[in-house]
Design a protein. Sequence first.
Length: 265
Amino acid sequence: MSSRKKHAALIIGMIMAFAVVPGGMIVDTASADTELSKPKLVNYAASGTSIKNTWKRVKGAKGYEVYRATKEKGRYKKVKTIKSGKTVSWTNKKLKKNKNYFYKVRAYKKSGSRKEYSEFSGIEWAVPTNEPNWEYAMASKTKKTSKVAVRITNKSSKKMQFQSDGWYFKDQKALNLYLNLSQEEWESMTNDQLFAKGIIQIKGKKKTIVPGKSVTLSYKTYKNGRVTKIKYTKKGIVENKFTYNGGRFWMETGWKYGCQWGELE
């Protein structure tokens, strides 16, 4: 029904494979018990060939060490030593475009001639790309509700601006029906008919997500202009639209469905 085209499968695959990356799964035996707190790491694309890593300053730290791998459970190599406790960011340059990189960071202080370390931060991934890229999370519990939500973490180099309205589909069958309706069929269907087929109008607020930040996109479900409860399940799919770097895009996200996106024509 809508005029759009799917985006390159490479980026879609990255989003689907790493939509929720659990942090702190790898423990480095070199870490020692210390009073230094564990850094909290955030990263995102800085360009098509670079990734920016930032973390919260650790009290008492004299510096930080950044480790990198190309697989979440791969071998992590130290790629940068920061020799100031006040420096809380580092941009890794000259990386391969559209390749996954995983990072963790730890703080250190000196005790005589040796270093004492904090625990490692949670593991964070990013992809050097000029395209939009993100993590997402959705609820999996079935419930009767008038609200649906998607939490988006912007992993790209520029802000993502989301529209205030969209559609909720009870399952992929409802989504496929929506996509295959002709313009004439669409215009002839009433709101009640759409609702009965699991095609539900949703409304929220416009949201802007800057690189490295997370925002929950929350929507209310409507029938004939009134907020109406629906049966939410993990088969449900939220469709919304956003702008990025002058381009207009669509996004479909579901707990079971995964994530698909592309450019609006």
